[in-house]
Design a protein around this ligand. Structure first.
Ligand SMILES: O=C(O)c1ccccc1NCC(=O)[C@H](O)[C@H](O)COP(=O)(O)O
Length: 251
């Protein structure tokens, strides 16, 4: 069971168990971050849909695994027009690593989001990134973790899936919020999630649609529903990543 009283999918229980075992807590990170909202504005000005393209070697819902050099994948995504990148640093279930993120951030100019299951302040002190994902469902003291991320220079992206989580994110002063179309209890994806929650998001929030966005029609649908930007993983990782990003950013 999680805080919502729901039974989590076995894969997610395993992800959380591994996350609880990770201590983090190296030297305190202090980052001079590349601005995520400015990267989105630059993409818009250039006629591209603002897309955070995700370097996601595998996942519990992906068949197989991509073993390409993550730096090659990242460069190819930027060549295709990605406004920013998301890099998995979770190794056990997603095939990522902090070292991959470090190499990628050194190789590209766009902002890089650290995608992981961060539960504690100490777990922020692992690697420099421009933004960090905080999943409202799994974080007990969200205001404290948002503040701790900002103290280090990170831009916290707070991920929500329900109205209650959205209210917690807004109360925690989040100004970058992602609505995850993937239900982490059942691992089912439904784009209606974004459409039903987006009208309740305050206007001054930079709003992302996350997960399950696979086609140009999906991009247009999320943009029409109020998405300032899209976070896309699987549909980009499946095949030619440059062509995939180009197709989805020119939707
Ligand atoms: O993607 C998964 O299989 C997954 C399983 C369990 C917990 C989280 C999971 N995904 C995390 C993500 O947030 C996505 O990687 C991201 O939103 C991109 O989604 P998609 O475009 O559907 O790959």
């Amino acid at each position: 069971m999680d805080a919502n009283g729901e039974e989590l999918a076995p894969a997610v229980r395993s992800i959380l168990s591994a996350a609880r075992d990770r201590t983090g807590g190296g030297e305190r990170v202090s980052v001079d971050a590349r601005s995520v909202p400015e990267a989105f504005a630059a993409a818009e000005a250039d006629g591209r849909a603002p897309v955070i393209a995700e370097v996601k070697p595998t996942s519990p819902t992906t068949d197989g695994r991509r073993d390409d050099d993550p730096v090659d994948l990242a460069r190819a995504m930027v060549d295709g027009g990605a406004a920013a990148l998301s890099v998995l640093t979770e190794s056990d279930h997603f095939g990522g690593s902090p070292a991959s993120l470090e190499r990628i951030r050194a190789a590209v100019d766009v902002p890089v989001l650290r995608k992981d299951f961060i539960l504690t302040e100490a777990q922020l002190d692992v690697v420099e990134s421009d933004a960090v994902l905080l999943i409202a469902r799994f974080v007990d003291d969200l205001p404290a973790l948002v503040a701790a991320a900002r103290e280090r220079g990170f831009q916290p992206l707070v991920e929500v899936h329900t109205r209650a989580e959205l209210d917690r994110a807004v109360a925690a002063d989040a100004d970058l919020i992602g609505i995850n179309n993937r239900d982490l209890a059942r691992l089912e994806v439904d784009l209606d999630t974004f459409e039903s929650l987006a009208p309740s998001v305050p206007d001054d929030v930079t709003l992302l649609a996350e997960s399950g966005i696979a086609s140009t029609a999906d991009v247009q649908r999320m943009r029409s529903a109020g998405a300032d930007a899209l976070l896309i993983g699987s549909a980009i990782m499946d095949g030619d990543v440059t062509a995939n990003v180009r197709r989805l950013t020119t939707a």
